[in-house]
Write a protein that binds this ligand. Structure first.
Ligand code: GAR
Length: 189
């Protein structure tokens, strides 16, 4: 099993689906660390409950993005992580960090990339009158939400949808997609 780390900033429902998948005997990954840039992220609780090292690296405690990322990189190496999954990690990573983990770092994004990079994807999809929306797991490259797509899942946008109802429909697909896409990515890494 490949030792992986999961980077989060909040709720950690995608982290949970990865934790659950990694319990499977045949699943090709095991989680060696969960790292959050927010010390109060609920996902850290999920990690502790699963007996996984839960590490808070508060970006506010660092005077530069570079120093924050140096601490992140050190923690990943110390944990023995060979692969990184971003799961609702809401900090932009610099080119130096991304290059150091190139080909070994993936992200889940709540839109059908290349549509709706960045934040507020569900509201923007509704606003644009899209009939379809969804989520993407992709390789992380220096351009935000720009790396090669590993897998996508689609959902309909329904009349009367709010950003919340649409997000909930997409989230169900995220939880199905991420473990499957991680498995695919590990086969290619
Ligand atoms: C998920 O919807 C994920 O796709 C999104 O944040 C949410 C995290 O939820 N990620 C991004 O927007 C990345 N730019 P979770 O903490 O419950 O997994």
């Amino acid at each position: 099993k490949t030792p992986i780390a999961v980077l989060i900033s909040g709720r950690g429902s995608n982290l949970q689906c990865l934790i659950d998948a990694c319990m499977g005997e045949d699943y090709p990954a095991r989680i060696v660390a969960v790292i959050s840039n927010r010390p109060d992220a609920y996902g850290l609780e999920r990690a502790r409950e699963a007996g996984i090292a839960a590490i808070a690296i508060d970006h506010k405690a660092f005077d530069s993005r570079m120093n924050f990322e140096a601490a992140l990189d050190a923690a990943l190496r110390e944990a023995g992580a060979e692969f990184v999954c971003l799961a609702g990690f809401m900090r932009i990573l610099t080119e130096g960090f991304v290059n150091a983990w190139e080909g070994r770092m993936i992200n889940i994004h709540p839109s059908l990339l290349p549509k709706f990079k960045g934040v507020d994807t569900h509201a923007r999809a509704i606003e644009a009158g899209e009939s379809e929306h969804g989520c993407t797991v992709h390789w992380v490259t220096p351009g935000m939400d720009e790396g090669p797509v590993i897998a996508q899942a689609r959902v309909p946008v329904l009349p009367g949808d709010t950003p919340e109802t649409l997000a909930a429909r997409v989230l169900v697909e995220e939880h199905r997609l991420y473990p499957e896409a991680l498995k695919l990515a590990l086969e290619k890494a």
